[in-house]
Structures are given as C-alpha cells and as structure tokens.
Design a protein around this ligand. Sequence first.
Ligand code: ISE
Length: 361
Amino acid sequence: MTELRVGIVGVGVMGADHAERVVRKTVGARLVAVSDADAGRAEALAGRLSERSADRSAGGSVSTARHSGGTAYAETVRVVEDPLDLIAADDVDAVILASPGSVHAEQLFACLEHGKPVLCEKPLTMDAASALRVVEAEHKLGRQLIQVGFMRRFDPEYAALKQLLDSGDLGRTLLLHNVHRNKSAPPTFRSEMIVRDSMVHEVDVARWLFGEEITRITVHTPAPTSLVGDGVLDPQLAVFELANGAMANVEVFVNFQVGYEVRCEAVAERGSATIGLGSGVFTRAGEQWGGTMPADFRVRFEQAYDIEVQRWVDATVRGEIDGPSAWDGYAAAAVCEAGLESLSTGKPVDVALADRSKVLG
Ligand code: ISE
C-alpha cells in the first residue's frame, strides 16, 4: 500500500482539525472522503482544503494540492452523504471517527464489519454496555482495528512524565493532582458532558500513568460559577481510587474564562513531577510579566494530535494499532458511567468493569 486513503466521519471542530492535519502534515496518508450530518459543513471543509485555483469537478469532489517530500500533487476529497457509505467505500482504507459520541457504536460496528481500521475520538460509545459490545465484537475478529483518540498519551510532556514514572527513579507513584480548565463551553455543555467529554481525559491519564484500573470514583460539586447557565455544575472535583490503592484528584472547570490549562502533578515516594506549566516564552514588559495561554485544546495539544495521527497511520499500514485500545475506551466509559451516578448522589460509586481476562481471553 503506497498511501493510506483516509475517510473522516464528522467534520465539526475535531474532525475539521484532523482533516487539515491529514492533508497538510501527515506523511503516508491521503484524505479521500468526508461525511457530516451537516452536508454543507462537509462541502465547506472540502472547499477550504482546496487550492484557490482548484477546479470543482462533478459529484461534489474538490481537488486539493498538497506537498509531500517536496512534491505537490492533486488530491480529491469526496463528500459522502451517508457515513456508513463512506465506511464501506472501496477507496477508503481507514477511518477517523469524529462524529458525536451518540452515533459511534453504529459506525464502529460498520468499521468492524468492513475490516476498516479506525481512529475513534472519545468517547468510544456513550455507555459501558455498548462499549463492551464493541470490545467483544473486535475481539471476535481476532485483530485490533480500533484505536481511541486519547491524544494526551502522545503529548511529549505527558510521554516524558510516563517515562519518568515508569523508570522507577522516583519510587512508586502514590498520587496524581490534575487540573483541567477550558476557557468556556457552550450552554449545551451540561454537567454530564463535563464528566463524559472532559473528565474522561483524566480517567484515561490516571489509568495510563498508573497502569491500573480505576475501581471507585467520587464526583464532588462545589458551588458553581455564576457564569454558566442554571443547573450546570461547573467546576467539578473528582477523586479516583485505583486498584493498587493509589489515588488521583481532578479539578475540571470548563468555563474558567481565562484560557486552556491542563496540569498534572505526580507525587511519588522520592519526588514529584509536574507537567503543563506552560513555560513557553515568559516576558516582562510594561509593568506586566508572564506568558500566553492557549485558547483551546487544539492549540495546547497540537503536537499530540500530530503525533497521534502520524503513528496511527504508520501502525495501520503495518496492520496494527499504536495507542489506546477499544478496551481503554470501554474502561473509560465504565468509569464515567460510575462518575455520572456519583455526580447525582455525591457518593462514591464502585466502577463495574468486566473481567479483562474473560473478555479478551
Ligand atoms: C473536548 O472534547 C476535549 O477533548 C478537550 O480536550 C477537553 O479539554 C474539553 O473539555 C472537551 O470538551
């Protein structure tokens, strides 16, 4: 296979970002098709990716030019109305799913049915039961086709932290303190979304850094900011308990107003390590000192996304995955499900997780 022909389902914020990435940066991959519930948005994206001089050809195709290894060549991005048709298409070798989580299950089953490797943005699915069905269906195929888009694992700072903790130089890791702040979230981003869509990253980070499952979660809800709609519990403060007795605490605050901030401090027996201090260029001028903050996750984690997609493409060509698996997506869904119950009761909730060795053999 010379180049991996990629189709993207869902071209909202993240899908559009990945489309640009595949076209402009990823080596060994070509964007051939996009699909979105909003056909106009898909057309507009295909148009944006086209050269100013691109000639629109028939059938909703748009020619784009890109550079790879110094050679510019034409590329055609097709707009496909039905996402299931895109997944089934012969000219699509692999799929990036960036559609809403509520349609992931159906689209993931289609990817499995057609043997298409898929990079699925989180959440894997909306609940633990359907996520487990996906894990089981993939396992039956005997080949891992699903990688979940927990991009923080590819962020150089997180990767360096993981390496340090795994080296054992600081002794056993005991605690994680996490801060996750977004500048703002739309009014539709309710309390449950804060758990499912934002806190889920911390769930994956804690499972990954400790190499342990989360067995219990408590979600506390301090007095909310007055700057969000009625009834939205923001910020939230969660405590994760892990199978080995370690703990992680997490502040998630999605209407922080200031900018995007993600920090993680690991406390081990002989030292601590912190990432996400944003220590880029620090200036002192005009009676002010400091630096800048990224506006959102696309900026803060740009490098992580670039590395994630490049490694996914390289692994896909080898017939493998290289990142969080369907099991990781399922485990995160199970923790979030318990988190949602804790959000409504304020009580600790045990995570109901299937026995991995029974599911995966
Ligand atoms: C968004 O979907 C993300 O994945 C971001 O990383 C996270 O910070 C944000 O809260 C989510 O809504």
